[in-house]
Design a protein around this ligand. Sequence first.
Ligand code: SAM
Ligand code: SF4
Ligand code: F3S
Length: 444
Amino acid sequence: MEKKIFIKTFGCQMNEYDSNRIYDSVKKIGFIKTQDQKNTDCYILNTCHIRDKAKEKVYHEVGRVKKLYKNKNKPIVVVAGCVAQAENQEMLKREPYIDIVIGPQSYHKINNILKSHTTKQKKEETDFETISKFQYFDQIKNTSNKISSFLTIQEGCDKFCHFCVVPYTRGPEYSRPFNKIINEAEELVKNGVKEITLLGQNVNAYSYVEGFNKYKISNLINELEKFSELKRIRYTTSHPKDMTNDLIECYATSKKLMPFVHLPIQSGSNKILKQMNRKHTVEEYLDIYDNLKKINPLIHFSSDFLISYPGETDFDFNQTIELIKKIKFINSFSFIFSPRPGTKAAELKTIDEKISKERLIKIQKYLFSFQLEMNKSFVNKTIEVLVENKIEGQDKLFGRNKYLNSVIFKGDTSKIGKIVNVKIENSNQNTLFGKIENNNMRAA
Ligand code: SAM
Ligand code: SF4
Ligand code: F3S
């Protein structure tokens, strides 16, 4: 009999990709994806551990599921993702409502675990078996048919920034075989996908050796370039240390690689970068910026900023502000440092909460103002938009420009999957609004 499965996904794009791959896998044992979380046979929470109270949020979510199913048959409750990896057995002991705990490198076991599940038996799987996992998923078709889809090429991290849990929750760096990635990209393109975002915790550290060939992310980009139906290529998240010349060169040679670089720097202070164990300096970051701008002045940057890392003085913080003013980042993320159990920075003295909040407000003021300025600069211009979908209940379409800005405009569904020219009439911090143009003039 057909059973239903619902996955609630938190955290980064990698979790989103994983959730879709779990759906692809469990289809083989008769589970059908549902959007209705109140009527499902299996409820998966795909969790994130990156910032504070992550664990408590999961227990809170489980409590919510418990309430939803108060007068009904309980679904199989699975905690997956990075909190599952970090907490493992503990979760089963603390919350008997949870049936299964499974870490990100054990997803290849999910079918067997679900098949053999009985109400009395709890199960925990948190080994790092990354190779087996990818070998398993290589055999299962990726059914994603979203116009813009993710494709994991690399997982895990060996960099051990002192604030970060990822090396502990995703395990060591692993790069998937080149040809397996290309096969999966081919499947996606056959499904109608027009934009692929290559994913990895350190996506530009991708490195795969076969015989005498060493493949890097630049080789993947060059290969994807050849897919005539594919219109756009992106990658995330990259690390400044791995921004090598061959990747920078792709911005000169590739017509499909988007001129938008998400390159986290975290801080504008060399002192803080060193204390964070980031392995690069502000000057090295600026060199990458200059080299890319020389290739294409229309390339724009976004970043992640970590505010109030232990030891950050007003002077250090102002260096971050100066860097933001210099680069004029768009669409960036900023977070107050949150001590994570098991990381080196967890034991360090934290900065006063009031000061941290003031710093966050200040940094966001600058980041938002550059974002707003950038969005305003599109008004009265015609830009290229890849149309992703129709907005429900409206005669409007949703798409994105080259810089990942949301664009909303009137149009019919025949445009979905196409790149259209849109004349922008209005903008706010997050969205551009415009009118589709019928002629084929060159757009930005
Ligand atoms: N690998 C990427 C890199 O090196 O920049 C980032 C991965 S992490 C999933 C995304 C962002 O979360 C980081 O860039 C950092 O700004 C933020 N982050 C990580 N650990 C954090 C912590 N303990 N407290 C606050 N923010 C954190
Ligand atoms: Fe975390 Fe640093 Fe690795 Fe990024 S490079 S995932 S911030 S440890
Ligand atoms: Fe969160 Fe794990 Fe991604 S901690 S950000 S879900 S790698």
